[in-house]
Design a protein. Structure first.
Length: 367
């Protein structure tokens, strides 16, 4: 059921300059889960999937029908990725699969002693059914998984029927901050060799800094993997050449949440400098946009033209227009904590809302 909140309840932020505001509709969906945090979301084909490790389930949200269906998966899902075969997820020590249509599941344990498995992504090309990449902990590795088949099994428990969602919506205007970016050019990246190891459907490469985990993987052209290790370096792994390229950033940078745009640019957050950054792999130029004061950036997602940044401490989502340097900030609501971001085919921004253990959607309306 959908409710419309009064403007006062939406904690509106007044426009601080003469530029035309863009009203956004912010909708918060209550998933009615109280025994688990929300770890990841995946937006695809008109649905939103949410990892619920405490419930050992994945929530399948239908925004148009305003329903949610809980899919039991038998493990505690951490990271999600959609493929042509269906939905894959990572869990502590393995990779899992669930078919949202039938509820059928599959599971593969990773050989050896493995801790948390996270940052699950799909390569752009594959020789098998799918090629997935992930970061594992204990020991820290970048790994790939290419199953030859999916051994589907019927779930032990009956799949619950979809239930109605409680949805609260409000119109919110942004504050507007013009930002002039700074820039600098990197030195030629250093090349290091790393030999992959292989067992069954898995392969592993040791990251450059063995004592520090991989923050997040992002797939570029030809399945090149970009990532940071929460320091002043961006790494590029070429598995086909067993090569790691080390791009040294400005001193003091703490790079997180690496992602690759459709044009091949590498975007990341500098949490120490509270900035959104873009690395051009061809020219090695880094552009830096300082973000508005208040809180700290948490996640970044790149659309066709704009870049979106969540700020869970400030309870806001920022949109950066790299062409103009303009940043628009929408306050999500009093006490709200937006974290993980995703963008749907229509350009709406989805996010995990940690305070209510729900998810949200921000849809911008042009003036």
């Amino acid at each position: 059921m959908r409710r419309r909140l009064a403007a006062a309840a939406a904690t509106l932020v007044l426009v601080a300059c003469t530029a035309a505001a863009q009203t956004a509709e912010i909708t918060i969906y209550d998933l009615d889960v109280r025994n688990t945090n929300l770890f990841d979301l995946c937006v695809v084909e008109g649905r939103v999937f949410v990892a619920l490790p405490g419930s050992r389930a994945v929530a399948a949200v239908d925004p148009d029908g305003e329903t949610v269906q809980m899919l039991p998966v038998g493990e505690a899902p951490v990271s999600l990725v959609w493929t042509n075969e269906g939905l894959f997820f990572s869990y502590y020590g393995g990779i899992g699969f669930v078919d949202p249509e039938t509820g059928e599941t599959a599971s593969w344990r990773i050989p050896g002693s493995v801790g948390k498995v996270r940052s699950l992504v799909e390569a752009e090309f594959t020789t098998g059914l799918v090629t997935l990449w992930f970061a594992q902990e204990s020991p820290d590795k970048v790994a790939s998984f290419e199953p030859s088949s999916i051994p589907r099994s019927t779930p032990d428990q009956e799949i619950p029927e979809p239930v109605a969602l409680q949805a609260d919506a409000a119109d919110v205007e942004p504050s507007i901050t013009p930002v002039e970016p700074s820039s600098y050019t990197l030195e030629t990246p250093l090349l290091f060799r790393t030999v992959g190891s292989y067992q069954s459907d898995f392969a592993w490469w040791t990251p450059f800094v063995r004592s520090r985990g991989v923050d997040r993987l992002a797939v570029g052209a030809m399945a090149r993997l970009w990532f940071s290790q929460s320091g002043d370096t961006i790494f590029l792994l070429e598995s086909f050449s067993d090569s790691i390229f080390r791009h040294s950033l400005a001193a003091g940078t703490v790079a997180t949440s690496v992602t690759v745009s459709s044009t091949g640019d590498v975007w990341y957050l500098d949490t120490a400098g509270r900035a959104a950054c873009r690395l051009d792999p061809k020219t090695l130029e880094v552009a830096v946009w300082g973000l508005p004061a208040g809180g700290a950036p948490y996640d970044i997602a790149v659309g066709d033209a704009d870049v979106w940044i969540s700020n869970r401490i400030a309870g806001a989502i920022d949109r950066l227009d790299p062409a103009t340097g303009e940043i628009r900030r929408w306050a999500i609501g009093a006490g709200m904590k937006p974290s993980i971001l995703g963008i749907d085919a229509a350009g709406a921004v989805w996010f995990i809302e940690e305070a209510t253990r729900g998810i949200g959607r921000l849809t911008v309306t042009d003036p």
